[in-house]
Unconditional design. Structure first.
Length: 200
């Protein structure tokens, strides 16, 4: 969970990109890395197979502006989408503060999207977390491809809770910062609410 260091006046939050294999999670992080001022980010660490599939995770630390005098840091992670790496996905979720669920918009990926979303729910539950209490947004990626489902359909299948959703073309950066900004705001609002009620 988010850590607040009063001595250093620093808040640190963990954001995880989740979704099926090849939906574009790593591509989101690469775009953010390439389009963030170097003094606002650390190095991106990617542990990938030779075929560029995420093997363990990607990691990118970012620094946002000060809020009430506190330096705000976001640690961005991706999970490996391949079904066989579930124990790693579970590990990456530990201590998550907010999620971006990345969907592959292509019709033929619908089952994988759905299974990945269910897998996310199960893995959160193994820590006693849930999507009721963990802020998340949805990014419908690959909107540039020809065989894609309409957003209304994706909303029906993946997003019955109607959380904020964004169309994305991560290879061109479309929808990448929209989704990131939205989840960062939700995470900070959630943290502030928890502090007020004394939960955090
Ligand atoms: N056409 C298109 N291709 C995309 C888009 N986003 C990502 N890709 C491509 O999809 C492939 C997989 O992207 P990754 O970002 O590696 O996918 P991932 O979700 O990290 O996959 P895993 O690490 O296996 O879970 C790459 O070839 C990307 O260039 C997009 O918006 N449109
Ligand atoms: Mg990846």
């Amino acid at each position: 969970m988010a850590s607040v260091n009063y001595a250093l006046k620093e808040i640190s939050c963990k954001i995880v990109y989740y979704g099926p294999g090849m939906c574009g999670k790593t591509t989101n992080l690469q775009y953010i890395h390439q389009h963030t001022m170097s003094d606002k980010r650390g190095n991106m660490v990617s542990l990938a197979t030779p075929g560029e599939r995420t093997l363990f995770f990607d990691f990118l630390p970012l620094e946002a502006s000060r809020i009430h005098g506190f330096r705000t840091k976001f640690q961005l992670y991706t999970v490996p989408g391949q079904v066989m790496y579930n124990s790693t996905r579970k590990l990456v979720l530990r201590g998550v503060d907010g999620l971006i669920f990345v969907c592959d918009s292509q019709w033929e990926k619908m089952r994988e999207n759905f299974d990945s979303f269910r897998n996310l729910t199960d893995n959160l539950a193994s820590y006693g977390y849930s999507l009721e209490t963990t802020p998340y947004v949805v990014q419908y990626n690959k909107r540039d491809l020809p065989n894609i489902a309409p957003v209304e359909y994706l909303q029906y299948v993946i997003n019955p809770r109607q959380v904020p959703n964004f169309e994305g073309i991560a290879i061109r950066g479309e929808g990448v910062f929209d989704a990131l900004n939205a989840i960062c705001s939700l995470v900070l609002a959630n943290l502030s609410e928890k502090q007020k009620t004394g939960v955090a």
